[in-house]
Write a new protein. Structure first.
Length: 282
């Protein structure tokens, strides 16, 4: 009887190992076997990265952006099966855009991490190959995004953020167990209705952005902002600031970041950090 049980266990182990070795990871319950996404949105969340292309993106900026939000280190900061999506702020109207990339990442098979390493029914090389596919796909999109850079009259930063929350197709509703928004931008909002160039007196040698409190006090279209602002409760937020001294000065750098930080805090976002690009002298 004991031999029969042992044989049964060995057959089961062999079946599962063969399944993994045949080219498929062992997918946890509730995860889509084809997309690696959380079908019921019970455990793994959604990270959305907004990429602002309405300013000059030189080679230094491209590399900075790649390191921050397209690197292997970036993806591995989050749990396996997290969804990553990229949305552009560019020459198009925000309502004309959609995700240029949206995928959930598999485990990478590393034995150094409990969350990443292969289970007894998995093969680490199989996991590594699936992670590599994900990583190469994201970097292909990176190359496509920065292959062209069309000029834009406007910079719909605020409107794009609000649109992300208003459009149910973008899968960023409160039914997600975890949500994080990452904004990669020079943060210089510029539309007819809401212009930080104007609010910060950007063309003046004394350019400086107002505090959020003063900005709201003097905003002529306050009702619009209040009506369209998203509720950030429970949402992590990062800003990756593309410093660009050709357009801004030191005072704007500091005050502009503070204006956005205090806006997001007012909307109950959990502002994790602001990463500022280093100045590069030419």
């Amino acid at each position: 009887m004991k031999n029969l049980i042992l044989i049964s266990i060995l057959i089961l182990f062999s079946f599962n190992s063969t399944f993994s070795l045949a080219g498929k990871p062992n997918i946890p319950k509730g995860i889509n076997q084809d997309t690696f996404c959380d079908k019921e949105r019970e455990k793994y969340g959604h990270v959305i990265i907004l990429l602002d292309l309405t300013t000059d993106i030189d080679s230094a900026r491209k590399e900075f952006i790649k390191d921050q939000v397209f690197s292997e280190e970036f993806y591995l900061k989050y749990d396996p099966f997290t969804k990553f999506s990229y949305f552009l702020i560019n020459h198009n109207k925000f309502s004309e855009n959609t995700f240029v990339f949206t995928k959930c990442r598999p485990k990478n098979g590393s034995s150094k991490s409990k969350k990443e390493k292969a289970t007894m029914f998995e093969n680490s090389k199989v996991l590594s190959s699936y992670f590599k596919r994900f990583y190469l796909a994201s970097n292909k999109i990176y190359d496509e995004i920065f292959s062209t850079n069309k000029e834009s009259r406007y910079s719909y930063i605020y409107e794009t953020i609000a649109y992300i929350f208003q459009n149910p197709k973008l899968d960023f509703a409160s039914n997600q167990p975890f949500r994080e928004l990452i904004i990669v931008s020079d943060l210089m909002q510029n539309t007819t209705r809401l212009s930080f160039y104007k609010a910060c007196n950007a063309n003046s040698s004394n350019a400086k952005c107002p505090t959020f409190k003063d900005f709201m006090k003097n905003l002529s279209d306050k009702d619009y902002l209040l009506a369209t602002s998203p509720n950030g409760k429970g949402i992590d937020l990062q800003m990756i600031y593309l410093n660009y001294r050709k357009e801004t000065n030191k005072e704007i750098d500091i005050s502009l970041k503070n204006l956005w930080i205090n806006y997001f805090k007012d909307q109950k976002f959990n502002v994790k950090k602001v990463i500022t690009q280093l100045d590069i002298e030419y």
